[in-house]
Design a protein around this ligand. Structure first.
Ligand code: UD1
Length: 421
């Protein structure tokens, strides 16, 4: 198993290029199942989750051709309609194949998904969405068995008690693209990755209007064609590098990013003392030598992303005063706090609120990654800690960050990957 050894203290400087978004690439790859014609997806990030999704499509019988960072998927008419447990258990986004298989072949069997251990992750909204479109769903022996004579468009209220769901919006939007008639998703998620998926689907013949608003209208079509797409850049990776710059009091240029997707994140960075210069595809962050405390509340987009909560907790652990983080999306997503406390941080968790009393400097320690974003938070903390930090179980991190150690090394960080014997 690999781990990172980090010698903290270097102030990050230079340029980093952000990869295409994992959370946009995964649904776009699944959406290739909606057509028998080939779809080419460019600039695919080399990530474990992306490999898992490509493996899943291939196990269903799709023809997959990879060429460097580009993959061509051709999902012919003879596909298996069962997503196997061995693959689905590795990644939550595997359930993205449910909507496309059901819409195109009227049948699908998908095991309950795995993914990051960040608290309860129900799938009731996915099931409700498919049922509203006319599917019969049975949940038994750990899998979802779905069938339909044909899907029919309708109005679907998709919001749950924790707000809109990215995954359910994705699944219903894909299924409704091939349903008879018009579907309106009420309470849709607004994330940029949803807009990117809608734009891709429209480019292959779907009729989706108002993606990015809370009411998405989808007029079903008989068939979709093939096409080519490059997913948007990864706003969470960009935000993670901004945190790495902030905690090391560095100055970096973050290229191939979309600052418009980082609105509230940049507001928070400014509020703690970072200068941010935004232009079309890049962002320059110049961090203060003393970081101020702040208050963060996670919320669905355009609110502060839960996927950057852990990274900001690391940064705020050395701010000059007490900060509060309220986690409203995954209410118990705080496993990183205990590990940060091993590094000297003073963080207390009360229900879904973290109280972070800033200290002068973190100290290097052995820490363990427990989920994707928690792992990168520990790496970020290690960059600023006195002495050596080892972060084990970084397979979590490899699910979502492409060549992270090389990117950090280019910015001057002292980080290396070692394999435990
Ligand atoms: C996606 C992202 C993940 C991010 C999350 C929230 C991908 C591949 N993953 O996950 O990185 O952390 O959005 O921004 O894009 N919920 C229900 N019922 C459901 C589904 C969700 O109650 O059927 C709840 C969840 O428990 C959570 C909230 O809705 O409290 C939002 O979850 P959701 O947006 O669905 O997250 P994912 O799509 O799984």
């Amino acid at each position: 198993m690999d781990k990172f050894i980090i010698k903290g203290g270097a102030s990050l400087k230079g340029k980093v290029k952000i990869s295409c978004s994992k959370n946009a690439t995964l649904p776009i790859l699944a959406a290739c199942l909606l057509t028998e014609e080939p779809c080419t997806i460019n600039d695919i990030p080399q990530l474990q989750d992306v490999k898992t999704m490509i493996g899943l499509l291939s196990s269903l019988g799709a023809d997959v051709k990879s060429d460097k960072n580009k993959v061509t998927i051709c999902a012919g008419n003879k596909l298996s309609l069962e997503a196997p447990y061995e693959i689905v258990s590795k990644m939550r986004a595997s359930y993205y194949v449910l909507g496309p298989l059901l819409a195109r072949f009227h049948k699908a069997k998908v095991y309950f998904p795995g993914g990051c251990a960040i608290g309860p992750r129900p799938i009731d909204l996915h099931i409700k969405g498919m049922e509203n479109l006319g599917a019969e769903i049975q949940v038994e022996h750990g899998y979802i068995d779905a069938k339909t004579k044909s899907l029919r468009g309708t109005n679907i209220l998709l919001e749950g008690t924790s707000g809109p769901s990215v995954g359910a919006t994705v699944n219903v939007m894909m299924a409704a693209s091939l349903a008879q008639g018009t579907t309106t998703i009420i309470g849709a998620a607004l994330e940029p990755e949803i807009v990117d998926l809608a734009n891709f689907l429209n480019s292959i013949g779907a009729k989706i209007e108002s993606a990015g608003s809370s009411n998405i209208k989808i007029t079903g079509v008989k068939k979709l064609k093939g096409g080519e797409w490059t997913p948007i850049s990864d706003r969470i990776e960009a935000g993670s590098f901004a945190c790495a710059a902030a905690i090391t009091h560095g100055k970096i240029e973050i290229d191939n990013c979309s600052p418009e997707h980082l609105g509230v994140v940049n507001l928070i960075l400014r509020s703690i003392g970072c200068e941010i210069a935004e232009s079309k595809n890049k962002l320059v962050i110049n961090a203060a030598s003393n970081l101020r405390p702040t208050s963060i509340i996670t919320a669905p987009y355009p609110g502060f992303p839960t996927d950057l909560q852990a990274q900001f907790m690391s940064v705020l652990s050395i701010a000059d005063g007490t900060s509060l983080i309220t986690e409203n999306v995954f209410k118990s997503r705080f496993s990183h706090a205990l590990e940060l406390n091993r590094m000297g941080a003073q963080i207390k968790i009360e229900d879904n609120v973290a109280v972070i009393n800033g200290i002068k400097i973190l100290s290097g320690a052995h820490v363990m990654a427990s989920d994707l974003r928690a792992s990168v938070a520990l790496v970020i903390a290690g960059l600023a800690a006195q002495g050596e930090t080892s972060v084990s179980r970084i397979y979590h991190l490899d699910r979502g960050y492409e060549h992270i150690e090389e990117k950090l090394q280019k910015l001057g960080a002292n980080i290396k990957r070692v394999t435990d014997k």
